[in-house]
Design a protein around this ligand. Sequence first.
Ligand SMILES: [Ca+2]
Ligand SMILES: [Ca+2]
Length: 351
Amino acid sequence: MSASSTEQGSRIRGTRIRFELGCLDFANNECPARFILQESAFVSAFFNFLGIYSEASASLFISNGHRVQLRRSNDNNLKPITLMNSLIRLFPIACIAGAVSLTGNTALASYIEITYENLSEEGGLWNTPLFLGFHDGSYDLFDLNDPLSPTSAGLEALAENGDTSGLLSDIAGIDGAKSSVLAGPGGLFNPGSENSLTIKLDAVDNRYLTFASMLLPSNDAFIGNHNPTAYALFNGAGVFNDGFVINIFGSSVWDSGTEVNDTFGAPFSMIGGMSTDIPGGYSVNHPGLDNFIGTGLGNGSTLERAFDSDTAIGRITARRVPDSTAGTGLISISLLLILQHFARRHKKANA
Ligand SMILES: [Ca+2]
Ligand SMILES: [Ca+2]
């Protein structure tokens, strides 16, 4: 391949499509035009439309006979694969499908819908809005039963008051990590309620999920994972783990160890009083919230049941969804026009 090339770029609704012309290699009877579809919501949407969950780049080669071929970028040793001879109109789909099939393990972005359900029975425990952190495995929310690992200020604020701001700030310091807060239908998650959100995630930077939510009423009871790599949304090859689910039972309700469990000063409780802090406390299995049963809640109702170790507390599920915010037709039309332009130009040059 010669080194000469021209490069043009186009940005369509946030998608950067870069294509390079030139590098003519007449010895091999090829007129390469390399397309690089860079990571974007728009491309993701098109892949979703095709039922393909991947992003990649590929090289297009139009030979003198107008054979359209795709070749993995940055690998000129690969034998080009002829996808079609003259069906240029089908190129947009072939290009993307070929790019995906040829590139294999690529860093990918996906739209993931996260749902939280409060599984408490009526009269049971409530949840504060769920903190959601998506990271590469390096965000460790807390350690369990470790006196040498006191509960962080961010987690203390969540466990005692449902305040997610500290955790959001903590995870913001991790490269590539994302976070969100999933509130209940009315702000809090009442027993039996659920809510969802959709977030765009990178399969590597956001491979793992960490969550946290306070249980109400309590002094400092919460749910959350202390093993940062316990819940992988994607596998090592960047493929979303279908059927992702986290079932949370009473055995996984924690006490942040930062406040005495005397019911005083507990949010959402009508008991009132002043809470008592425990400086330097660390997280442990929660001993139970039976001391709140029969007491009033902030909404005027009464807590009728708390939890045992096998009580269903909540469930988190995740599933892939198409990007509904981006169209799929424009990119197809655009690639078709680009291809036809190249084909005509090449035909003229060889006439
Ligand atoms: Ca830990
Ligand atoms: Ca406590």
